[in-house]
Ligand binder design. Structure first.
Ligand SMILES: Cc1cc2nc3c(=O)[nH]c(=O)nc-3n(C[C@H](O)[C@H](O)[C@H](O)COP(=O)(O)O)c2cc1C
Length: 192
């Protein structure tokens, strides 16, 4: 049986979505996918991923993340808006069967807002990591459109909410190449 951390709200995930992958392996092998099979995600699996994201660290337990799972009507409205802004761009919102708009609920205090934005990014990553551990594919996309007033209205974003990105989820259709990472020497500085 998969580990207890893989429980979804509705019960144990099905064997198809076993998520007993070693954490380090999951981190190393998760990739950005931009092509997905048409099959929708099992709603219990999706709920399990969003439940997992709630365990991201967050200072003062502000729980700043908000996840909006886009239904067909909302997706259509966003696609129409995208197409009106840039011809041919709507198709990018069709790539995955499940789209989740992630936003951070910010209180207006600069120091806390910074922490809450970062915590929301961690929560978004947990969705992607958990999806990968369940054999699913994911993609974090910055959708500039979401900063505009029309898209905010379509998503029903509160004035305190800042869009962080859109998570694409679905079943993988192809292997992804492994993008290089900068060597440690380039990013680690040991201080005296
Ligand atoms: C905050 C954030 C925003 C991103 N936005 C985009 C995007 O708009 N378009 C895109 O192609 N990839 C986007 N990505 C995915 C990165 O391009 C991807 O993570 C990177 O190429 C490394 O590949 P990997 O995820 O397979 O390790 C984003 C990733 C992050 C963390």
């Amino acid at each position: 049986m998969p580990g207890a951390s893989c429980r979804s709200g509705a019960g144990w995930v099905t064997p198809l979505y076993r998520c007993d992958m070693d954490v380090e392996k999951a981190i190393r092998t998760r990739r950005t996918h931009k092509a997905f099979a048409a099959a929708r995600l099992d709603p219990a699996v999706l709920e399990g991923l969003l439940e997992l994201a709630r365990w991201a660290p967050n200072h003062r337990l502000t729980n700043p993340w908000r996840f909006r799972v886009l239904g067909p009507l909302t997706r259509d409205r966003l696609m129409a808006l995208a197409e009106a802004e840039e011809l041919g761009s709507a198709v990018k919102l069709q790539r995955a069967p499940t789209l989740i708009a992630v936003s951070a609920h910010l209180a207006g205090d600069p120091a806390q807002d910074r922490e809450d934005l970062l915590a929301t990014a961690v929560a978004a990553y947990l969705v992607l990591l958990g999806a990968h551990a369940r054999g699913l594919a994911g993609y974090w996309r910055t959708v500039a459109l979401l900063d505009g007033i029309e898209a905010r209205e379509i998503l029903g974003l509160a004035p305190q909410e800042t869009p962080v990105g859109v998570l694409y989820l679905g079943h993988p259709v192809q292997e992804q190449r492994v993008p290089e990472r900068a060597p440690l020497a380039q990013v680690v500085i040991h201080l005296d």
